[in-house]
Design a protein around this ligand. Structure first.
Ligand SMILES: [Zn+2]
Length: 246
């Protein structure tokens, strides 16, 4: 929490400079040829720690899988207007090159984002975007139903969205209580002080209630074993594909 407060206090240009220096330093330390990151498109001797962070762009396994999935589906090309909520540093650079001015990188207040607004009230017209990426954001939203309704509204008919949330596969019903309303209580009961619920398997019902056609895509399983190892992917990672009907 203190780290986050410090981060929001320093000027954005300074924050970005720090990050660039840190990543350049890590690139040197992890230089090698054993693994390949499809997000920053560089090779390293390994990814970092069990979380498999990329030393050069901070992408995680799920980010690298997303890039491979979008590339395989022919979606990483110009002509797509895409909203990215809660961007990852590496993905922002990658998607910025792919979609240029049609890439809308946004967050409530992160200095890494170019646009700042509340996902529960998105300031764009109905059907404005061809695609939406929203990774690990809804678990922070007070009203995730409203957020999902807004994501659905700004997606054009026939559009695609990848909206991923962390969820407990053993839990049937989402756990969310009004009395769990302080950072300390949230840490104790939800595992993180800025989470406002733990999703159960019923998270799918929320997506469907918003209007999305939803499917969990086991994309990692159709990749060959050498790609899984080389790109630092987790075989258990799924793609949360949401479509809006024509
Ligand atoms: Zn990378």
């Amino acid at each position: 929490m203190i780290k986050e407060k410090i981060r929001y206090c320093i000027p954005q240009s300074l924050f970005r400079s720090f990050k660039r220096v840190k990543l350049a330093f890590q690139c040197m330390l992890w230089r090698g040829n054993a693994v390949y990151c499809p997000v920053c498109q560089r090779r390293y001797r390994s990814f970092i720690s069990d979380a498999a962070y990329c030393p050069g762009c901070q992408s995680l396994s799920r980010h690298r899988l997303l890039v491979k999935y979008l590339e395989a589906g022919g979606l990483c090309q110009t002509g797509q207007r895409v909203l990215d909520i809660g961007p990852n540093w590496g993905l922002k650079k990658y998607f910025g090159k792919v979609w240029g001015n049609d890439y809308y990188c946004s967050d409530l207040c992160s200095p890494e984002a170019d646009y700042h607004f509340n996902i529960q009230n998105i300031p764009y017209a109905e059907g404005y975007f061809d695609g939406i990426i929203c990774y690990h954001v809804l678990e922070h939203c007070d009203n995730d139903d409203k957020a999902l309704a807004e994501l659905y509204r700004v997606l054009k008919p026939g559009g695609w969205a990848i909206i991923e949330v962390p969820y407990d596969k053993k839990r049937m019903v989402t756990f969310e209580e009004d009395w769990i309303n302080t950072p300390q209580l949230r840490l104790e009961h939800y595992g993180q002080q800025d989470h406002v619920r733990i999703y159960g398997r019923d998270f799918v019902d929320k997506y469907k209630a918003a209007g999305f056609e939803f499917e969990l895509i086991d994309f990692a399983n159709i990749l060959d074993e050498s790609s899984i190892a080389e790109n630092g992917l987790q075989i258990s990672e799924l793609i949360f594909r949401c479509l809006k009907g024509e």
